[in-house]
Design a protein around this ligand. Sequence first.
Ligand SMILES: [Zn+2]
Length: 503
Amino acid sequence: MASFGSRSIVLVVLLFMGCVTISALAQPQTNPSPQNKSLQAKPIWSPRKKPAQRLRGNTDIPKIVSEISAKNIEATIRKLVSFGTRNTLSEQNDPNRGIGAARDWLYAEFQKAAAQSGGRMTVEKQTFEQAKAARMPQPTMLTNIVATLKGTQPESTNRVYVVSGHYDSMCSSPIDAKCDAPGANDDASGTAAVLEMARVMAKYKFDATIIFMAVPGEEQGLLGATYFAEQAKNNNMDIEAMFTNDIIGSSLGGNGVRDAKTVRVFSEGVPNDTTNATTPRGISAAVLTTLRTNGGENDSPSRQLARFIKEISEHYVPWMKVWMIYRRDRYGRGGDHEPFLERGYAAVRFTEPNENYQHQHQNVRIENGIQYGDLPQFDDFNYIANVARVNAASLAALASAPARPKNVTFPTGLSNDTPIKWDANKESDIAGYEIVWRDTTEATWTHSRAVGNVDTYTMKGMSKDNYFFAVRAVDKEGNRSPVSYPKAQPRRTGTGANPPTSP
Ligand SMILES: [Zn+2]
């Protein structure tokens, strides 16, 4: 307990420093000329400066971060492992062994969390019959556990953020329902993080709605997540972001590298093109042509989400590094964010920095003196708690902030200035908007400017040919939305009053 106490003091100090640094954003920056050499040097979040110009910031997020408990996460993981196997094809009705026991225990635990919410959180068993599939030898009942924490702002309550982990596990064979499959890392770690977030966050109020979810069937082909995403799409659910936490359990890789300070966040570049019914899993020629002409392949909504997570967590959880990986997932691997991406939702995957393949999808055994299997002894519960803190801070920031601006465009026309237009947000507590920009070769947004409560603004002396621009909304407490990148506009042809766009 004593060591936890001293860590708490360090945490509070670090959080205070985080509050100071966030204040840098409040100040409009001076208008740089395109030749300004300092452009690339100044980050948006200039560290440790101008404490006098502090924004109030979000006072709940530091509390949420400090309440996440590694001990609770450890207890959840040990309980999930105690069910022997959580293979999706395992026993449904045995109270002690198999996926049914895990399902019922999780349902009860999420209900306990909901009891702390003053009626704002409800827990549902979303049960469906999965038809025969590649890793599904016979039709099987699957149950997603879905805990919904309703947003309290009328304009935002239908805006939804989803955080998920998969509670099923597997040993060497995905259809072996009898072998022990402890799944302590894959994915009791993600499931435990989501349950802990639900426990802590149920007590707090957010403008928008957060769904905490534990799903089965991931190892069978992302089946639980696919069902949820399909239902959401059919019901026009406005999911603004989805996080999957999968294999966030260990800080020690199979390469011998110990890294307890880093979490990878995978985000895809070129998004699924849902505008054309004939390309449900691809990209239409028109969109591809626009990307080839104007760029923007590094500015999908999922990538803006990853940048948002990095900015937020480095301020509220500054001892953790968010390592953005600019790809959908690891080579040859997949996860529960994919069914969301396929349906046009922004989604990212959280995973530990160095995996150990002797502990994933392996029968528990000792071979040549090596322990195989996904056992709790290989988990780092403090690390998992820190990944949960990164998630929770980001989710709280998303659900406290306004929606990202819609219909951001560059009005057409050739100009050395860059006019930007967007639809005004609907929330009653909007304070205004910020334009962010970066050099085209930068990985993250480097500059921002507060432009007031307007729906159009011109960046004088800065051409859209030379920078990437985007817009975000800010509320009166200083909560910022993720950015919206301008919609692609088709290349103009013909003989209007404006000069032609070619060659
Ligand atoms: Zn997994």
